[in-house]
Ligand binder design. Structure first.
Ligand code: HEM
Length: 469
């Protein structure tokens, strides 16, 4: 955030159950609409500016507080399920009110996490590489691409394979995209209409959700009928009873896998689009990624973890892009009991928003924070001793992103595989703006992908490409 301006950190004094409490300070806003119109005009700008002015914890309005520094973010993340509960997504709100469902979701999470252990995921690199190659084969040798929808399609297919394996992913494929597109206007809307209100949008979401549940149930029934229980995917893991939670019911299995599939493309798709955008803006960095890919990856699509795990510079690029453009730029929690964050009181019923976007652009934690510098992530670099939650694109604490390890493997490999095969260039006249109506997305982004000379369609020969450049 550059140099910090003089801060107005005077707390707001209020009364709660007969006691004086000190709420965080914040912008006053307009008499009737508060800060909504300023926020809607420029969401990112408003959050950054207010954090500069009012400090590490501040109030958006009487109901919503914002954590804009690592210490405050760490407290909120780690005290989730104690002082805070997650602000549940639109589809699965009933979980918030029902402690039994919360417990079952926690068990499902624990099961899915077993399938997301780095070792289990590293074994999936050949499958990932194969699917990425198939997708890149559909690109023109020299063409302009609408990057975000294309990446949604790909990351969604990769997520479906993670959840349902090679064979059964096809049964589910597409259903989750329909649900995503039905959900988009509902989630992006500033007006919160509960799912049970039969608006046209809500009915569309409900229909797409039912269809996806039906497809997943088909896969579950088939696996039971064919006694296929040892598939190498998340469905198989959540279908296996555990000593602690027994057998999860089918409805819960469907819900948790739908949540996983939606998350598997919700953040990675815009994340990948930002990566390609920045590589087009910084051709020198793109050349370094290409050189690394040619050095460590074998020719063609047969790639294993032993090779892709050596893409260290490419991984630095991914980390740096997620610092500048963390797709989940705000994470919400509800305050469930009177508590404190930093020196301020928070009261039950309030919302607490953690703002990684602000923290990631604060010069107290990152030098020259607005600049794209992948080298800050190299071994022994400036990020080695960051405080907890100074970098948290995947959140932290009990709700930390389940897809962290998967995303890092997927995004690093995908970046390297694209760049070794295509040169990425900006399209003249294309104006890119960050859209923060949900995950931050480079709206309007189109890029030109030109196959490098000597590329062989299903993956270039390293020697050919090196010789050509
Ligand atoms: C760029 C990639 C990704 C980013 C930046 C990201 C970020 C996040 C963040 C910040 C949260 C926590 C939200 C909170 O604290 O309230 C989260 C939760 C979650 N993420 Fe990701 N995510 C990514 C990719 C993925 C992928 C690929 C998957 C699945 C394969 C996934 C599955 C999930 C799930 C299921 C949750 C909810 C966890 C729970 O409720 O227990 N994410 N993600």
């Amino acid at each position: 955030m550059g140099a910090h301006r003089t801060r107005r950190e005077h707390s707001i004094v209020a009364a709660f159950e007969g006691e004086i409490v000190m709420l965080p300070p914040g912008p006053k806003g307009k008499l009737l609409s508060g800060n909504i119109s300023a926020y809607e005009k420029d969401r990112l700008g408003f959050i950054v500016e207010s954090s500069r002015e009012f400090g590490d914890v501040w109030m958006f309005d009487r109901r919503i507080a914002v954590a804009a520094a690592p210490g405050a973010a760490d407290e909120v993340y780690r005290r989730t399920y104690r002082d805070f509960v997650p602000d549940r997504n639109f589809l699965h709100r009933r979980q918030k009110e029902d402690p039994k469902l919360q417990e079952q979701w926690a068990h499902s999470r624990a099961s899915r996490m077993r399938g997301m252990r780095p070792k289990a995921l590293q074994a999936k690199v050949p499958i990932l590489a194969g699917a990425i190659t198939e997708h890149l084969d559909t690109w023109a040798a020299d063409g302009t691409l609408d990057v975000v929808p294309d990446m949604r399609k790909l990351t969604s297919q990769l997520g479906a394979r993670l959840c349902f394996g090679q064979t059964d992913a096809a049964i589910v494929a597409g259903g989750e995209q329909d649900l995503f597109w039905a959900l988009l206007p509902v989630i992006a809307s500033p007006v919160d209409v509960p799912p049970w209100v039969p608006t046209r949008r809500n009915r569309k979401v409900a229909a797409a959700n039912r269809e996806l549940e039906r497809r997943i149930q088909t896969v579950i029934d088939r696996r039971r009928a064919e006694q296929r229980s040892a598939e190498d995917d998340l469905l198989s893991i959540v279908m296996t009873p555990t000593g602690r939670s027994g057998q999860l019911d089918d409805q819960l299995i469907c819900e948790t896998l739908i949540a996983t599939m939606l998350a598997a493309q919700g953040a990675p798709a815009p994340g990948m689009a930002w990566i390609f955008h920045l590589l087009a803006e910084y051709p020198g960095v793109q050349d370094q990624v290409a050189a690394e890919a040619l050095r460590v990856l074998p020719d063609g699509p047969d790639i294993r973890w032993e090779q892709s795990g050596k893409l260290t510079f490419t991984e630095q690029v991914v980390k740096e892009v997620l610092r500048l453009w963390p797709p989940n730029w705000l994470s919400g929690r509800q305050v469930v009991r009177r508590t404190m964050v930093g020196k301020y009181d928070l009261l039950p019923g309030m919302m607490m928003m953690v703002a990684p976007y602000v923290i990631h652009r604060d010069s107290r934690w990152f030098s020259d924070p607005e600049t794209f510098k992948p080298d800050r992530w190299k071994k022994g670099g400036e990020t080695e001793d960051l405080p907890e939650c100074a970098y948290a694109p995947f959140g932290a604490g009990p709700l930390i992103c389940m897809g962290l390890a998967w995303s890092m493997i997927e995004m690093t490999l995908l970046t390297a595989m694209v760049v070794r095969r295509f040169r990425i260039n900006a399209v003249p006249g294309c104006v890119v703006t960050p859209d923060a109506s949900r995950e931050i997305t480079p709206s309007g982004l189109r890029l030109r992908f030109t196959e490098r000379k000597g590329s062989l369609g299903t993956g270039p020969s390293a020697r050919q490409v090196q010789a050509a450049e």
